[in-house]
Design a protein around this ligand. Structure first.
Ligand code: ZN
Length: 165
């Protein structure tokens, strides 16, 4: 089911989302939420989608397999935590499904270590570099009420957004 996207200036995008109790993973609501978020991400041309963007202030996001090299499946990250593992940063253009028709150049750490729970309730840990590191950081920002426009002064208008996160 395609879910409606929450857009600025909705104040719910600015809240810190709550940790997910792992009992939630056994509920029908969760089992429907995961495929619905993935479907919404793809239909809206996104490479990532965080729960606050579909109106749920809980710490979870989905990331398209397009952003994940060598992986066949989309990622579901629950209660994700990151650690920066190198001093390298890089600047690239970012767009967001919740900030329509805007793109900004955002500087972010290039190499991170991600810890999270997956949709099966398993603890996962992986390194992310480049695009995937960017997408994970953008989604984690959503869980803390931060938008990419807070991280750059270099924002410009576009007619159509692609690869939004
Ligand atoms: Zn976004």
């Amino acid at each position: 089911m395609l879910l409606p996207i929450v857009m600025i200036p909705n104040p719910n995008l600015r809240k810190r989302s709550l940790e997910i109790d792992l009992n939630f993973l056994a509920t029908d609501e969760f089992k429907k939420l995961v495929p619905d978020m993935i479907e919404t991400m793809y239909k809206k041309d996104g490479v990532g989608l965080a729960a606050p963007q579909i109106g749920k202030n809980i710490r979870m996001c989905v990331i398209s397999k397009e952003a994940v090299k060598h992986k066949k499946n989309d990622l579901v990250l629950i209660n994700p935590v990151i650690k920066i593992i190198s001093k390298k940063t890089f600047i690239d253009a970012e767009g967001c499904l919740s900030v329509p028709k805007k793109v900004g150049k955002v500087k972010r750490p290039k190499d991170i270590l991600v810890n999270a729970i997956n949709e099966l309730g398993e603890q996962i840990e992986f390194e992310a570099h480049g695009l995937l590191a960017r997408v994970v950081q953008h989604e984690l920002d959503h869980l803390d009420g931060i938008l990419f426009i807070d991280r750059t002064n270099d924002v410009y208008d576009v007619e159509e957004n692609k690869d939004m996160i």
